[in-house]
Design a protein around this ligand. Sequence first.
Ligand SMILES: [Zn+2]
Length: 315
Amino acid sequence: MNDLPRLNKKLIITILKSRKLENMKLISYVEDFFRKERGYIFKMPNQGEQVILLFSGGLDTSIVAAILMEIYKLEIYPVFTRRGHPYQHAEEKAADYFTKFFQNRYPGQFHDLIKINTSFPPTEIRWAYEKVENKPINKNSNQLWGDYFYSNLLVTFGAQCAYFLQIIKNFKIRTIFTAYMKSDGEGKLDMTLTTMRGIMLGVCLVTHDMNWQITSLPLEKEIGFFYDKDYFIKWATKHNIPLEKTRSSCRAKSDQHCGRCLICYIRQKSFKNAGIQDKTNYLNTSRLHRLRKITKIFIPNNKLRQIIKNSIGMK
Ligand SMILES: [Zn+2]
C-alpha cells in the first residue's frame, strides 16, 4: 500500500529547526497538550473514513487528494472556496475537471465539491492588498503581505462544512486536510506546521471537541512526511494524474498560466526539481529567468534537500 517513503522524526525536527517561520516552542507545547489530552497528536483516519479536504484544483491539493484516496483509501468531501480572486474561474474549471477525474478513478471516494462564496480579503479593502501581493513586508523578512488569515479562514469553512454534513447526513467528520508544501511555509507564516498545530488547537477549543485533526498532509511529521512539491509531483506522475490540468494561483485571468509570475516560476521549478517534464501550457515563459533572484526564499536549501533524499534512498 505504501509507496511514499517516510522520514524519521529526528530528521523532520532538524528541518523544522532550520526554518525561520516555525516556532518550536509552540509546536512542543501544543503537541504535549494533545498527547496528554487525547493520547496522540495526529493519527491517520482508518480506511473508508470520511475527511474534509480544502481543495482548489491546484497542483498541491490535487496530488494530496489522490494520495488520500489511493494510499489511505479515505472518502473525501472537498471544499472549494470562491474568494473573488482574479483566477477564480480558471481554478474552478480545474477543480471541476479533477472532480470528474477522481470520481471516475476512485468511485465513491470523492464527493461533489462543496462550493463556498466569500471574499478574501473583503471586497471593500481588497484594493490595498492587491498593491502589495507577493511582496515581503520588509527587506529582511520572508513574510509576505496580506495572507496571514488565509489558512484560518479556509479551515473555518472546512469545519463549518463538517457540521453541515453532520446536520444533513448525520455523520461526523473531524479531520480536515490542507495541502501546504514545505516551501510554502518558507515564505508564508500561515502555511507552517506551527500554524497548523495552532489552528488545530484553536478549533478544538472553540468547539469544545478534542477530536479535531487539522493538518497539511505534506507536512505531517507524525506520519513521517515533510516534503515539497517535487516529491509529490513524482508520485503523481507515476500514478498518471494529469498535472498539466491543475491550476496554480497564477493571477492571470486566462485559463492558461501566465508563465511570467513568481507562482509560475515556482511551478516550473518544481517540475524541474522532480525531473519531470512540465506539460503546462504557459502563455509566455520568456521572463521567468528574471524571477530567480527573488525566489531564493522558496527554493529549498540544497544541503537539506540532499539529506532528505539520502534518508529515503532517492538520488
Ligand atoms: Zn503566472
